[in-house]
Design a protein around this ligand. Sequence first.
Ligand code: BTN
Length: 251
Amino acid sequence: MEIREHYYHSLDSTNNEAKKQAENHCLEGTVISAGRQTAGRGRRGHDWETPQDEAIATSMVLYPRVPLERLPGLTLLAAVAVRRAVSGLYGLEGQIKWPNDIVLKNKKICGILTEMSVKDQQAAYVVVGIGVNVHNRGFSEELADKATSIDLELPDGRKADCGALRRKIWEEFVSCYETFARDQNLEFIRKEYDRWLVNRDRTVRVLDPAGPWEGIARGIGSGGELLVETEEGLRPVDSGEVSVRGLYGYV
Ligand code: BTN
């Protein structure tokens, strides 16, 4: 699959523009990136800030022929791709907060928002949107103890390169996506994902709409579900339905 990037100085949201282009049947692998977002969106209806040229905002259009229930796996692939890219280019070993935040020293550097349009029980298209804090030097009061950026974590005042990082992220993502499209499961990255899972073997609180409960996170299943050990055995937690919190602070 060829990666074709369209770069904009400013957009409301790269996911919005990618969705527009998908509605017009753009090619798979079309990437929409922007130097700034004026209405960036996060998960669960949150806003996502992308100040001009400080952070990466980038989204890819996909037309996966994978059963709907397997599609949440795409978000986990994106997390692995960002982790690999940041490690490969800058030697920073990020961890993954299931399902899809990348953290450095327990603070978030990356968020992922996957959106799709469904027709006849199939995805008409999927947009995978990635936001990475790169040059940010400070954050709002609300985020100050939860977020960091790559530059803040690099030694000796080194600065990361947004363009190189975007390219590496999407190269890693496409390589994972091609295997996922063939295998239709996450078995091939499960070990790698679990190795970097920040909550692994720690107690987590599952904010289940049916009532919160606690257990020990043990890793992911081949569908991307988090496997949480309780007295009754391993309980799979589906990323679409619940959110998971560590007991102490953000992770
Ligand atoms: C989250 O952690 O809540 C997910 C944040 C996702 C942000 C990215 S930035 C690029 C793309 N465009 C958006 O409007 N959101 C995603």
